[in-house]
Design a protein around this ligand. Structure first.
Ligand code: HEM
Length: 523
């Protein structure tokens, strides 16, 4: 025992304490290299001192794809991203369906959005996306009341049909006749903007029309979203400093903020006036104002609430549509099956004496009829699975908890739910997970939609905070899809490179350049 004590003492003497910084440095190097070799996979690197932060920053422009690569290379559904030593920065990233279910449903109260989310998305104010607990409950109750009203649902169906008939289809007819190449992503984005404004404010903006007019609100929203996204690619202190100094994208954001505020305050005051005059309109803003809730007396409350709904509806629907059109264009057999289903629907609607008559062109389907189309629904779900419009979601942790896959999470930690990766894991969807196969949603025996895939499909979130606009977004997307595919043939320009660009919703980095051909009239 003495011997050990003495040798311990002598080694103590041997260490020159004036050189402790070097010793400490070498100790850290040793530790970090150990971690580097222990944890490194091809897709993620644990750097000495810096943790995984360099990998995260390096891949911040293609986060959903990179996270998917890491999951695949590690061969598991959860991993940690750690910041530099002593930084306290720790993210758990997961795509494990049971973890996601646990976080979004089973132990919902333990995983709020947290204050960081609100800080980055400060432009949304106290809208539904930015709030937790009681504030969220109030917003959810008011929004829910608007969404479930039968009158509102009827109006959405009517308005979607009208936007398709009066704007989308005439625009494509013109393009097809001119033979010009267009960016279909821009068309989808304009269509979604108009749909969103009509559902929320009952207004017809006609952002999608010949000549592609400019629109201050749409452009301000784009600028704002781009700047908010940019905040994710730099340390918090840096974007806060840029905000304080009002330079770069932060300057753009502040200008966009003012423009959005001005437009929304104008829409709100006009709506108040028209409701006072007794003009009856069915839209979400009217439903909030007429709710008689004290909160609805505040223009600031309405501005925040409507802005969240606007962002929720515009970007997601545009994203859902563009990836669908692209996937269908490169999978002609799927396109044929959708057309077959549409033709069948059309002929079943024709009266006996009309059966032999030429079908009027362009043909616009009634959105109510589209609800029953199994194959189209399956194809749309399949496209949302592969190109999930909201690729990532983030949650904070209140109390320590163990997730179903055994991962321990602690207060202060941030969790990233990678919905994009969920759809691309062979162990979740099978070896053919990267293939566009609507059939996986259909029961081969009954020909009906299968329920099982829904348990691992998080495109619309899940649990108490699941998407309130799911039903109306299907109505809007199906109306557009049916009209576009039935009346036109979309050809992607040869050599056009398609790759995802995360925006608030998943977009195409280079847009989608297409030529539009008129499809031969169907009898
Ligand atoms: C393809 C279309 C859509 C997709 C994929 C989608 C997806 C989602 C997702 C993932 C969330 C959770 C977001 C979060 O927790 O941060 C969400 C929430 C929400 N969505 Fe959608 N959405 C779509 C369309 C719409 C539309 C058209 C509206 C309404 C105009 C809408 C209204 C909402 C609302 C109000 C919430 C907040 C729910 C809450 O926090 O309680 N969504 N949506």
């Amino acid at each position: 025992m003495d011997y050990y004590f003495q040798s311990f003492q002598s080694s103590f003497v041997f260490i020159n304490f004036e050189r402790w910084p070097e010793i400490f440095f070498f100790f850290l190097c040793f530790l970090s290299l150990g971690l580097y070799f222990k944890h490194n996979s091809q897709a993620i690197n644990y750097w000495p001192f810096l943790g995984t932060l360099p990998s995260l920053l390096w891949n911040s422009n293609q986060l959903p794809q990179w996270l998917t690569e890491v999951f695949n290379s590690l061969g598991r559904g959860s991993f940690f991203i750690d910041g530099p030593i002593f930084s306290n920065l720790s993210y758990l990233v997961t795509c494990h369906p049971q973890n996601i279910e646990h976080i979004l449903k089973t132990n919902f109260n333990n995983f709020p959005k947290g204050p960081d989310f609100k800080e980055v998305f400060d432009i949304l104010g106290d809208g539904i996306f930015n709030v937790d607990s009681d504030q969220w409950k109030v917003q959810r109750r008011m929004a829910h009341a608007g969404f479930i009203s039968a009158e509102f649902k009827t109006l959405v169906a009517k308005m979607s049909g009208k936007e398709v008939e009066d704007q989308l289809v005439p625009f494509l007819v013109h393009v097809a006749k001119q033979g010009t190449t267009i960016d279909l992503q821009e068309v989808c984005s304009r269509f979604a903007f108009d749909s969103s404004i009509s559902v929320i404010f009952g207004r017809h903006e006609r952002y999608l029309s010949l000549g592609l007019p400019s629109n201050e609100l749409a452009e301000a929203a784009d600028d704002a979203e781009e700047a908010v996204l940019h905040r994710h690619t730099m340390p918090v202190f840096l974007w806060k400093l840029l905000r304080l100094l009002r330079v770069g994208r932060e300057r753009k954001l502040s200008k966009a903020h003012k423009k959005v505020d001005a437009a929304f305050h104008e829409f709100i005051s006009q709506k108040r006036v028209s409701l006072l005059k007794g003009v009856k309109t069915v839209d979400l803003l009217s439903s909030y104002i007429q709710s008689c809730d004290d909160l609805a007396k505040s223009d600031k409350f309405l501005r925040d609430a409507m802005l969240s709904l606007f962002i929720a509806g515009r970007d997601t629907v545009a994203s859902g549509l563009i990836w669908f059109f692209w996937l269908v264009s490169i999978n002609p057999s799927v396109e044929m099956k959708i057309l077959k289903e549409l033709k069948h629907l059309l002929f079943s609607k024709k009266k006996d004496d009309e059966a032999d008559q030429e079908t009027k062109w362009p043909w616009i389907f009634d959105s109510e009829d589209l609800k029953g189309l199994v194959y189209m629904h399956a194809a749309l779900c399949e496209s949302l699975r592969l190109y999930t419009p909201v690729p990532l979601n983030s949650k904070a942790v209140l109390k320590e908890d163990v997730l179903p896959d055994g991962t321990l999470v602690k207060p202060g930690m941030q969790i990233i739910l990678s919905f994009y990766s969920v759809g691309r894991m062979p162990w979740i969807w099978g070896e053919d997970c990267l293939e566009f196969k609507p059939e996986r949603w259909i029961d081969a025996d009954t020909g009906k939609l299968r329920h099982e895939p829904m348990s691992k499909f998080f495109a619309f979130n899940a649990g108490p905070r699941s998407c309130l606009g799911k039903e109306i977004s299907f109505v809007q997307m199906k109306s557009a899809i049916a009209a576009v595919l039935f009346n036109f043939h979309i050809e992607v320009v040869e050599g056009h490179h398609v790759c995802p660009k995360p925006f608030i919703a998943l977009q195409m980095k280079h847009g989608l350049k297409v030529n539009v051909k008129i499809r031969a009239t169907n009898k």
